[in-house]
Design a protein around this ligand. Structure first.
Ligand code: AMP
Ligand code: ZN
Length: 471
């Protein structure tokens, strides 16, 4: 079966056909890095990582690019408050964001470009747009995109220009009175006191937000890409403007499939920094393994709004435990089995397991319905709990575990139960490592370091002795 994707552009599900056979070029708009990410920001990360994983499961080679916006008013404001360079703020929060992503088992992107490292490409694209009559510099050096020059403007958000014109007096922000038309948007803007800036032939300044994604997507994926994704708040104006810039500059369709996740809400309002109604991923990680957060997100369809609640997190934790416990039981049965090969009856049962895989794939093929895919995993859990018994063969237990692991891996859920390690056990292992070093048994000393690392404990040899921390 082929994958069906709901395309915001056509407002319907379409069969996924890659530009190049066997390959997927995918761009996901990433966060602005001025603070720890909240769990609303985590939703597109988890959702589109799962899309990527499923594409890979189906045999595609996925080139996955996701940017960090590292030049922005909020970053500059925070840098000024702390009396540091904006790059200190952005680098700090990029590092923190990567830690959170690792905790949520998000696969590293093929490339995470940063806006500040792509200014040259932005200047080139802006110049091309000016040369083609799609953009113009104003007297103060601001460069605007001439929105009405792009005939397809509005095709993604399904808005028409006259409605926008009527309803959007607010598009005329103060200081932008040199625009030819209120619908025009900024590509490049003059520096202000205390802001980072770059030289250009229009003025010393910095880029607008939209141009960065058009440029980074082109540089790392090419002029035409398969999938462009982000939260639904990006449909307008961000993605609409990206389409206008890219298609006007390149004279080619930009992205074939536009995917947007619905909001993560709290008390039925969008979770956001500006409303102050958010939980950071870091806060959640103090209470839960982030696998629970991942499960919570995937237990809903990505296009449905999802309301965050403590109760739902608790039930996600319990549900996830049902899967990890089933897997642990299978592992035990596999280890303890005395019979190697599957019996005839077990072989029949193993064939029945294929039905769960089919159901899982049908759900994922249907616009990545992860909630139904999880239901298929639970059916397999029930099947395993009923059929894999003490005395089952190694082959049967092993096969069932393999199927469960394979499906969970697509969802980014790891079945290994992280063992809690107590401070006392750590201290004992460190003492043993010291003794081994003294006895010049470096192999054992290294083994202990590795053992601790597997349990999430990092050792540092300092002059004051060995220090450790949880990572
Ligand atoms: P930002 O840093 O605000 O540009 O957001 C980064 C990504 O997170 C974008 O794809 C947003 O659409 C997405 N996002 C932000 N808040 C939410 C939310 N409450 N629910 C779902 N996605 C969100
Ligand atoms: Zn973007």
């Amino acid at each position: 079966m082929s994958i069906q994707i709901y395309n915001t552009l056509s407002k319907r599900k379409e069969e996924f056909k890659p530009l190049e056979p066997g390959k997927v070029k995918m761009y996901v708009c990433g966060p602005t890095v001025y603070n720890l990410i909240h769990i609303g920001n985590a939703r597109p990360m988890i959702v589109f990582d799962t899309v990527r994983r499923y594409m890979e499961y189906k045999g595609y080679e996925v080139n996955y690019v996701s940017n960090f916006t590292d030049v922005d008013d909020k970053i500059i404001k925070k840098a000024n408050e702390e009396g540091v360079e904006p790059s200190v703020i952005s680098e700090r929060y990029i590092a923190e964001c990567k830690k959170d992503m690792e905790g949520m088992n998000i696969k590293p992107a093929t490339k995470n470009p940063k806006a500040t490292e792509e200014i040259g490409g932005m200047l080139d694209m802006i110049q091309t747009l000016i040369d083609k009559g799609h953009a113009y510099p104003a007297a103060d050096g601001t460069v605007y995109f001439r929105t009405r020059s792009f005939k397809d403007y509005g095709k993604l958000s399904h808005k028409n220009l006259d409605d926008l014109q009527g309803g959007n007096r607010s598009l005329l922000v103060s200081g932008e009175d040199q625009k030819e038309d209120p619908l025009d948007f900024v590509l490049w803007k003059p520096k202000k006191e205390g802001e980072p800036y770059w030289d250009s032939c229009w003025c010393q300044g910095r880029p607008g937000w939209h141009i960065e994604c058009s440029v980074m997507s082109k540089r790392y994926l090419g002029e035409e890409i398969d999938i462009h994704a982000g939260g639904e708040d990006l449909i307008f104006p961000h993605h609409e403007n990206e389409i206008a810039q890219s298609e006007a500059a390149n004279d080619k369709p930009f992205a074939r499939y536009w995917m947007h996740n619905a909001f993560l809400n709290i008390d039925n309002r969008k979770m956001s920094k500006s409303l102050g109604n958010f939980f950071t991923v870091r806060e959640i990680s103090e209470k839960y393994d982030l696998q629970v957060l991942r499960f919570f997100m995937l237990n809903a369809h990505y296009r449905s709004p999802l309301n965050f609640s403590a109760d739902l997190m608790e039930s996600s934790k319990n549900a996830l435990e049902r899967i990890t416990e089933a897997a642990a039981r299978l592992r035990d049965r596999q280890a303890a089995a005395t019979v190697q090969e599957a019996t005839e009856d077990e072989k029949k049962l193993m064939q029945e397991e294929a039905a769960f895989v089919t159901k899982f794939e049908e759900s994922m093929d249907d616009d990545f319905n992860t909630a139904d895919a999880l239901a298929a995993v639970f059916e397999l859990v029930k099947f395993a709990n009923t059929n894999v018994q003490e005395g089952s063969s190694k082959e049967f237990a092993g096969h069932t575990l393999e199927v469960m692991t394979k499906l969970c891996d697509v969802l980014g859920l790891t079945l290994e139960k992280k063992e809690e390690i107590l401070d006392e056990e750590i201290e004992n292992l460190i003492a043993e490592r010291q003794a081994a070093r003294k006895a010049k048994d470096f192999a054992r000393a290294d083994e202990i370091r590795g053992l601790l690392l597997d349990k999430g404990i990092e050792l540092k040899d300092t002059r004051e002795g060995v220090k450790w921390k949880r990572i």
